[in-house]
Design a protein around this ligand. Structure first.
Ligand SMILES: Nc1nc(=O)c2c([nH]1)NC[C@@H]1CN(c3ccc(C(=O)N[C@@H](CCC(=O)O)C(=O)O)cc3)C=[N+]21
Length: 368
């Protein structure tokens, strides 16, 4: 699949609203032609340089050779380190897990259901298991064949719903296409819905003066990063790029609950670049490598990049490497703070899953 991306209004692909949907694509973008849309001022010097460069790959949104020598060092954004923040949070969770075990003899447990043999899903599930172990939680894992029936998945969910040693249930997405995702997700009882995907949880998230039992892990991780890095949200302009049920939409609701003024930019938005350039805070969750260019970003803004996009890279041992939705080299010249990929939102997602599981276990046992 070769494509040409242009940093103009057609930057989205038709599927770009939904991350985690369909088969994981390894992006193979041959030429990223950068269209200049504004007259750069002195502040935009790094962007002006990039305007003139015909980029050679999506994984390299700028020619790093010439960039580095000229401008990269003078105005680099602070790196919002999701990896170390997630570790801090896991350490906090581990303390609570052992306090709970010592005082009431209960160990929080997370059940993960994996259907099919997608390699990336298997990796995520393995990482979740490792993360559980690292904080002293129990993990239960069910792996079902690609051609299993929906009934079979529902049977396992029902078993975990009834099992008091399981406090959280996660059905790894995407499910094989012959299954009805809604039916499956609705079967997870709301008290164990640590992914926060149950419509009742999302509905409560959307309503004032209501509290969801759980908030979806990825958007929750984004907000947690903003909090821990002291980024003020109240009264700020926030733009969320992407409107998926599991990231974009709940991220926008969370920002609004924090008193930001929120705009959602999506694949049918006429002028995404212009709107994004108004934002003090940007959360991007579209699944398009390097779509958000330096010219989309207001100087001094804070960028949270949710995209984890594999792009071909012959030099990497895996044959690919991961890049975000945001062109990091360009954006870090404009923003005051930015999350990297990898090592940004990804590790936070797993930390939030553990946190939700801990909360579920405390709630089930009335443990404060
Ligand atoms: N029911 C469900 N809930 C999910 O939360 C869910 C899901 N299904 N399906 C798949 C996506 C994806 N996801 C990630 C979590 C952590 C990293 C992560 O830690 N990534 C590392 C890099 C890992 C690597 O190098 O491959 C990082 O960004 O630093 C990535 C992706 C959760 N998902």
């Amino acid at each position: 699949m070769a494509a040409t991306a242009t940093a103009t209004t057609s930057a989205f692909s038709s599927t770009a609203d939904c991350v985690y949907q369909g088969a994981r694509r390894v992006h193979q973008i041959t030429t990223l032609h950068v269209a200049s849309t504004r007259r750069p001022s002195a502040f935009f010097k790094s962007v002006r340089m990039i305007d003139t460069i015909n980029c050679t790959a999506a994984s390299r949104c700028s020619s790093s050779g010439s960039m580095k020598s000229a401008t990269i060092t003078d105005a680099s954004a602070k790196v919002i380190d999701g990896k170390s923040t997630a570790k801090e949070i896991r350490d906090e969770i581990a303390i609570e897990v052992s306090r709970m075990k010592d005082s009431i003899g209960v160990v929080p447990g997370l059940a993960v259901i994996l259907v099919g043999d997608r390699k990336d899903s298997a990796t995520y599930v393995r990482n979740k298991k490792k993360a559980c172990e690292s904080v002293g939680m129990k993990s239960y894992e069910v792996c079902l064949a690609e051609d299993s029936s929906e009934q079979e998945v529902l049977k396992y969910i029902s078993g975990f719903n009834d099992d008091p040693s399981v406090h959280g249930i996660l059905v790894q997405l995407p499910l094989p296409s012959h299954m009805n995702e809604q039916n499956v997700l609705n079967a997870v009882c709301i008290e164990k819905d640590v992914d926060g995907f149950n419509p009742l949880n999302i509905g409560r998230l959307a309503m004032r003066d209501r509290e969801p039992l759980f908030v979806p892990c990825t958007p929750k991780g984004c907000i947690e990063l903003l909090h821990r890095y002291g980024v003020a949200i109240k009264g700020k302009r926030a733009v969320v790029i992407g409107r998926s049920n599991i990231v974009g939409m709940p991220a926008a609701l969370l920002l609004q609950r924090e008193d930001a003024t929120v705009t959602i930019v999506h694949s049918r938005t006429k002028n995404p670049e212009e709107i994004t350039r108004e934002a003090d805070i940007v959360i991007s969750a579209v699944g398009q490598p390097n779509m958000v260019r330096g010219s989309w970003i207001k100087p001094g803004s804070v960028i949270i990049d949710v995209g984890i996009n594999p792009v071909e890279d012959a030099k990497s041992p895996r044959g690919y490497r991961l890049v975000g939705d945001v062109c990091y080299e360009e954006a870090s010249q404009m923003a005051s703070a930015i999350t990297p990929v990898p090592g940004g939102v990804g590790p936070m997602t797993i930390a939030m899953l553990l946190l939700n599981t801990l909360v579920a276990a405390k709630r089930a046992n009335n443990f404060k």
